[in-house]
Every structure is written in C-alpha cells, then in structure tokens.
Design a protein around this ligand. Structure first.
Ligand code: FAD
Ligand code: SIN
Length: 548
C-alpha cells in the first residue's frame, strides 16, 4: 500500500453512480448487504435527471411484450441479444409498476398512464411526466435511497481506477478479481474497498462537442473498466439524437423526440418539410435516419441547423405537455407555440460498453455493470427511444441483487492491496490557470476530431486521421494509459475521454459496413453475411470480431 493513499472506507457493495441504474441497484442490494454509493457530483446530477421523453413499457391495452421485443430488435438492426431484450421488456413491467407504487407521479389518463408515441414504436407505450420524466424518476429513487439505512451516499467522490489483483496474478491463474476503487474525495486520493463493486457511471456524450449530455458524461466508467481489463463491446455504436437545441448562447439542451411524437415536423431553412424524402415514417423514422437526413439537409442548404415546428398545437397543450422545453427555450427568447425551434443532431447515447451477461457480471470477478456503461446487448446497433430508463431499472435491480449475493459469499473484507502503480501520490496536482487552459484545449481537440470523423458519418480516411490525432494527443499527455501521474479530476477526465475516443474510433474502423447508428460512407450498406457479428476490445486485444 502506498503510504500516502488513505484507506478510509470499507463496504459490502460499492456502487459508482447515482443515475437510475445506480440508485435502483442500491435499493436492491440494500435488501441483503450494506451499500456505499459514490457519485462524482451531487446525487441528483446524472443523465437520468435530464431524461425527457419517458420510459417505454408494454402496459397499454393494445400492447404486448412480444410487440415491444419486436420493435426493440428491429431498431437494433440485427445485433440485439434477444434473451436480454426479453428480460428487459418483461421484467420492465413490474419495475415500472413499483416505481408508480413508490410515488412516481407520471401523467395519467383515466385508469391508465397517458402513453405517448416515439419514433419506431408500433404502439403508444411511453409513460412520462410531462417532459421531465428523468427528474421525477430520480426524485422518487433518491428519496427511497435516502430513507434506506443500509445505504451510505458519498457525493463529490470521483472514481479513478478499479482496484484489482491483476498485478498479483500470474498468467493462467484464476480470473482477476475486483476489490473496489480508488477515488478522489475532498481533494485526497482514497481507497474504497468492497466485497463487490457495481459500475453505473452512465454515458460519454461529452466526448463530442454537440451533445444532449450534461458535463458529468465524460466516459469515466468505460475507461476505468477498459484499463482494468474488462471486455468492451459494440463501442462503434454511438447514437446521435436528431434534435438538440442550436441557439447562440444556449447550453447543450435536448428537444425531446416526443415533440415529433405529438405531431412536430422538421423544416429546412427554406421552409420545406423534408423527412418524407428520406423515410416512409417521416419525422418518426429511426433516430439514425432522422439524424443523417438532417445532416444532409444542412449540407444541401449550407445552413448550420434545421427547424422543428410544433406551432400546429395549441399554446395550452404545448405548455402543459412540454413545460421544461418551453420554459428553457423561453429563456433564450423563443416561444415554441409561435416560433420554430432551431435544432441539429448531437451525441446522445452509447449502445456499447462493458460486456455483461444478463446477471450483469463482467469478466472480472466481483465487478458488475449496469445502465448506459454496460452492454448486455439489449440495444444492438441502435437503441429504441425510451428503452434506456427501462434498461436501468431492470438491470440496475438485477445488478444490486447479484452483487449483494456475491458480497455475502466473501467472508472477510478484501486484503490491503499494493495500489501504488494505480494511484501514485495523494497530493492533488495544483492546477494553475495555464494548466487548466491546456487541459481544456486537449478536451476540445478530442471533441473536434470525433465530431469531424467519428460521428454521424464515418470513412476509413477520416477514422485514420482521428487515430493519428488521438495518438499525437496521447504523446503530448505523456504516459496516459493509466491515471498514475495526476489527481486532478479534469485531467483524469481528459485521459478517460482519450481512452474512450480510441475505443470508439478503433471499433468504427473495424466495422466495414453500415448498420444502425454506425454509418460508413465508404461501406454504405448493411452486410449481414460478414457483419452480423460484434466487435470486442480489451486492453491487450484491439478489435476482435466475435459471434452474436
Ligand atoms: P446516469 O444517469 O448518467 O448516471 C451516471 C452517474 O455516474 C452519475 O451520477 C454520475 O455523476 C456518476 N459518475 C460518472 N462518472 C463517475 C466517476 N468517475 N466517479 C463517480 N461517479 C461518476 N432515456 C430514456 O429511456 N428515456 C428518455 O426520455 C431519455 N431522455 C434523455 C434525455 C437526455 C437529455 C439525455 C442526456 C438522455 C436521455 N435518455 C433517455 C438516456 C438515459 O437518460 C440514460 O441513458 C440513462 O439515464 C443512463 O442512466 P445511468 O444510471 O446508466 O447513468
Ligand atoms: C427524448 O426525449 O427524445 C429522449 C428519449 C430517449 O433518448 O430515449
């Protein structure tokens, strides 16, 4: 043990992340074990908190589990793990039911929730609370977590690296085991030891400049897992949401797909409604199709955005159905009941991630993953709208239960591990203004090259260019494979962004076809004969092609 690293926390089950997946996991785990939940910001800050459209669930009278499975698999473009989808869709019904029992105040119509429509769903099956479903969901879960004695919450605790016994193990010995995490807490590097650990760190939208994701989404969990030796899968599949707000001075902000679900139309700068040219379902075509079509219209008109028009609805309807969107746009001078909304696509969701089975186990013993950071294969090459919150509830609950059961088989707390190679010293680097500027410039360089070459449309040439840029950045950062040199959160985030940028780019280069959210202009068609397969990356083995 490095003497400068304070060992200050032991727990049965450690959960990293306070979105829907982490919170739901904590509730499940606490039925069997003591739980510590850490989160890098406040407990309310997560992608989940900003979720707008709703939760897809087959509860409507004309709906069935079979139809929801079918829609999910069609959107997933041949790469869904059907068993994992069946589990999500069927277990999703009791998971949403209990959320309602716990007090979720979703919109209601008579004796049923008011189901809304979103793209590529064959039924109206999205339960929601106006356009603030994520806030309602996290409020309910956080309140319940706070009322559970066995759950301890540690806020502003930034997880750096997973603690494993990899260095102790000789090759051929039993599998690597996870013992918790190193983290920055109150400007000190601490070691949080756990009998089992759940990664629920959410997405990575912030590796792109245009995104719907909040600042926390820098891909930390993906990067830490990869550095620890986890199998990463489907990393080429990043979903771009068609409609993020494009307004001078306004922050990244999503305009929910539900706006199109309720009749909103897309117009180019010339005022022409264009989606009919691209897909029979028009504005409700799959997300990848709508995003590419918008990008094409922006190119054809040489204009940096298109417009979303919901002025066909009454002012009352709009303000009641979309209160968050109308209030936010109002702050920037738009009244969406009379004005067109300027929008363009932005990075939204990562379909790939840490490979897990339906019990949420990773290839590292004692390490579980759930929510957006995990990949059970439920989304395939493209996620169906509003299936993510459902996934978080279902697989979050499974992760909590399984991790606690595992923890209870571990008789003692894990040993003191030598962690100096992972952690280094406990002193935080003093980040003077110049260093901060440099780190910000590196983050922006990563974002720009990904946007240019690894976003909605990709090609071998562009992907190779980005690999070269990422290589230069890596060299300029020194040895960045581990976070051993620094304890500054922003610098570690930059390393994490660089790690995940490489994973996305390498996977995108390997997949020489177009499928779901991955579109290659040099291989524009789907090639089932060669590519109904998945791409697996580990630290030692880039881009291995594995069967479904
Ligand atoms: P998150 O909710 O992102 O939570 C991750 C947590 O991990 C956060 O608390 C974060 O602070 C913490 N964390 C991250 N890194 C670290 C670290 N290094 N150390 C400690 N803690 C860390 N999906 C739907 O199904 N329906 C919708 O309507 C919908 N709308 C969306 C709208 C927006 C604007 C966005 C951004 C996404 C939306 N999605 C929607 C997608 C969905 O919200 C997310 O995929 C889902 O909420 C992810 O949940 P999660 O628990 O996996 O991660
Ligand atoms: C939205 O409200 O458009 C986002 C829904 C989702 O990502 O599932």
């Amino acid at each position: 043990m490095n003497s400068e690293v304070r060992l200050n926390w032991d727990t049965d089950v450690l959960i990293i992340g306070s979105g829907a997946a982490g919170l739901r996991a904590a509730l499940a785990a606490s039925e069997y074990a003591d739980v510590t939940l850490i989160t890098k910001n406040t407990v309310t800050e997560s992608n989940t908190h900003y979720a707008q459209g709703g939760i897809a669930v087959a509860m409507n009278l004309d709906d069935t589990v079979g139809l929801h499975i079918k829609d999910t698999c069609v959107a997933g473009a041949g790469l869904c793990d059907v068993a994992a989808v069946e589990m999500m869709v069927s277990e999703g019904i009791p998971r949403v039911g209990e959320l309602l029992d716990w007090g979720a105040n979703f919109d209601w119509e008579g004796t049923l929730p008011r189901f809304t429509q979103e793209a590529a769903h064959s039924r109206r099956r999205i339960v929601h609370k106006g356009d603030a479903t994520g806030r309602e969901t996290t409020d309910v879960l956080i309140q319940r977590v706070r009322n559970t004695e066995r759950i301890h919450i540690l806020q502003n605790a930034f997880a750096i690296d997973l603690l494993t016994d990899a260095d102790e193990k000789k090759s051929g010995e039993a599998s690597v085991k996870c013992y918790g995490v190193t983290a920055i807490v109150e400007e000190q590097v601490v070691c949080i030891r756990a009998k089992s650990t759940i990664l629920a760190t959410g997405g990575l939208g912030r590796v792109y400049p245009c995104t719907s994701n909040p600042q926390i989404a820098t891909g930390d969990g993906f990067a830490a897992a990869w550095r620890a030796g986890c199998e990463m899968i489907d990393m080429e599949f990043v979903q771009f949401h068609p409609t993020t707000l494009f307004l001078d001075g306004a922050p990244n902000f999503l305009i929910s797909e539900a706006v199109r679900g309720e009749g909103g139309t897309l117009l180019n700068i010339r005022g022409e409604r264009f989606m009919g040219k691209y897909h029979e379902k028009g504005e409700l075509a799959p997300r990848d199709v709508v995003s590419r079509s918008i990008q094409n219209e922006m190119y054809l008109t040489q204009f940096p955005c298109v417009y979303l028009d919901i002025t066909n609805k009454t002012t009352e309807f709009i303000h009641e159905r979309f209160p968050t969107i109308s209030a936010t746009t109002k702050r920037y001078g738009l009244d969406i009941s009379i004005d067109l909304i300027p929008v363009r696509p932005g990075a939204h969701f990562m379909m790939g991630g840490i490979r897990t089975n339906t019990d949420t186990q990773t290839n590292i013993e004692g390490l579980y993953a759930c929510g957006e950071v995990a990949c059970t294969g439920v989304h395939g090459a493209n996620r169906l709208a509003s299936n993510s919150l459902l996934e978080c509830l279902v697989y979050g609950a499974r992760a909590g239960r399984n991790a606690a059961t595992f923890a209870n088989t571990q008789r003692a707390h894990p040993p003191n591990l030598p962690i100096s190679s992972d952690v280094g010293t406990s002193a935080l680097l003093s980040t003077d203004a110049a260093a901060e500027l440099e780190i910000e410039a590196i983050k922006n360089a990563i974002r720009e090259t990904l946007w240019e070459n690894v976003s909605i449309e990709r090609s071998a040439e562009g992907l190779q260019n980005t690999l070269a840029v990422l290589q230069d950045i890596t060299e300029s950062l020194g040895d960045v494979v581990t976070c051993s040199d620094t304890k500054d959160v922003s610098t570690i985030e930059t390393v994490n962004m660089l790690n995940v940028a490489l994973l996305i780019t390498q996977s995108a280069l390997a997949r020489t076809e177009s499928r779901g959210a991955h579109y290659r202009s040099d291989f524009p068609t789907q090639d089932d004969a060669t590519w109904q397969r998945r791409i697996l990356i580990t630290r030692d083995n880039p881009a291995e092609i594995v069967p479904l």
